[in-house]
Each structure stands twice: as C-alpha cells, then as structure tokens.
Design a protein. Structure first.
Length: 106
C-alpha cells in the first residue's frame, strides 16, 4: 500500500511541476503573471462529476462549505494543489519510524 501512495504522490508532484512550467511559459509569453486555476482543470478531468459538486456540497454537508471554502479552493493555482496533494500522499507512504532503543540486529 505504501508503494501506491508513494507512486501517486510522485506522479502528483510531477504533474504540479509540469503545470508550473506551463504556467511559467504562458506568463512569459503573455508578459503577465497568470496561473491555471484548479476549477477548470477539474472540469476537464471530470466533466460529468464537476457540475454536481456544488449541489452535493450544499445539500449533504452545508451551504457554508461551498461559498467560502470550495469556491476559494477552486480558484487556487492548479500546480500548488497538485503539489500539496502529492506531498500528502508521500507523507502517507513514508516508512514507519523505527522505535528508539530497539536493535534490528540479532
């Protein structure tokens, strides 16, 4: 299971880095600082589920979750969201810490 978490974490870090390079190239070409937001990226990746996120969040959890939290999350830069999610998956897939005072040698 650790392997899967680490693999997904590294792939998300790579995706975040690629998005940062694409945004940087676009910023150089447009001569202005422009980032790709997370919302349009999710809309392209999940075209059937993305429109249903707002009704699900409002009906099942709370309307206060949609407006201040999820709207701001969808306006976050996509490279930062992918990198943060990648770091979380890498943290979940880390090796367990060896206890202090125990020897692994026989």
């Amino acid at each position: 299971m650790r392997f899967v978490f680490r693999l997904v974490g590294f792939l998300l870090l790579v995706a975040g880095f690629v998005m940062l390079i694409v945004d940087g190239a676009r910023a150089i070409a447009d001569d202005s600082l422009v980032f790709t937001h997370l919302g349009p990226v999710l809309a392209k990746l999940m075209p059937t589920f993305y429109p249903r996120i707002e009704p699900l969040a409002v009906e099942r959890v709370s309307p206060y979750l949609w407006d201040p939290v999820l709207v701001n999350l969808f306006h976050a830069p996509a490279f930062a969201a992918a990198a943060a999610l990648g770091v979380i998956f890498l943290w979940l897939g880390r090796r367990p810490v060896e206890p202090i005072g125990f020897s692994t040698q026989r």
